[in-house]
Design a protein around this ligand. Structure first.
Ligand code: PGA
Length: 249
């Protein structure tokens, strides 16, 4: 039985006081036994959100990115080593917005994943196809290449610290969700890839999230799919009531 896992990706949203109040509301709620919630906040708010959620063992905190080097002259960047030193347990890597706007490719994401795992962080690794790739029916090939090139070299032990988030790029922030059947198809493909690389026993344990316009109204159907273990939630994670409803789904 895999844990249920719901991560909120706040992106570049909320003020300092709004972020504290959202974290307090989410941490003030109690969640079912096998549930893990992660709030992925802007770097600036990580320590305050860590503090605000410290009373609820089911709510953890994550960054949305990290640098691949431990330290050095990289103005404006934050390293995995720095996140680890601040007690931050999770980091999102490979989000489609990082891939598109900051030109992060699979080779760079491989280095970032290695840096994060070496520091003891757990990685929420995003993959997903763009609309043209879906229309050309290339989604499986695209996602498999993303996984293979960034995660294919890991040991099974390292992979046990990685959560995979499948996010079709055409569904992110667009209001267009993948149908439950489309999500299940891709999650099954991803679990098969994990089984081939890391063995069937590991694949049974692998957490695979769906992301892309997941909301209170569609979460239950998506999460009911056999290979969907939870979600990576953008817009709907900014409102405590919506996010809690999604977690409860
Ligand atoms: P969305 O974003 O839920 O707003 O579509 C998901 C994500 O980008 O992780």
């Amino acid at each position: 039985m895999r844990n249920r896992f719901v991560a909120g990706n706040w992106k570049m949203n909320l003020s300092d006081s709004e972020s504290k109040s959202l974290a307090e509301k989410i941490a003030g709620h109690s969640y079912a036994e096998n549930t893990q919630v992660v709030l992925c906040t802007p770097f600036l708010y990580l320590k305050d959100v860590l503090e605000a959620t410290s009373g609820n063992a089911k709510v953890a905190v994550g960054a949305q990115n990290c640098h691949e080097k431990d330290a050095g002259a990289y103005t404006g960047e934050i390293s995995a080593a720095q996140l680890a030193s601040a007690g931050i347990p999770y980091v999102i890597l490979g989000h489609s917005e990082r891939r598109t706007y900051y030109k992060e490719d699979n080779a760079l994401l491989k280095s970032k994943t290695d840096a994060a795992l070496a520091q003891g962080l757990q990685v929420i690794f995003c993959c997903g196809e763009v609309l043209e790739e879906r229309e050309a029916n290339k989604q499986a090939q695209v996602v498999e290449t993303q996984l293979q090139e960034a995660l294919g070299h890991l040991s099974t032990e390292q992979m046990s610290k990685v959560v995979i988030a499948y996010e079709p790029v055409w569904a992110i922030g667009t209001g267009k969700t993948a149908s439950a059947a489309q999500a299940q198809d891709m999650h099954e493909m991803i679990r098969n890839w994990v089984a081939n690389q890391f063995g069937a026993a590991h694949a049974e344990q692998q957490i695979i999230l769906y992301g892309g316009s997941c909301k209170p109204g569609n979460a239950a159907e998506l999460f009911a799919q056999k290979d969907v273990d939870g979600g990576l939630i953008g817009g709907a994670s900014l409102k405590a009531e919506d996010f809690i409803q999604i977690i409860e789904a």
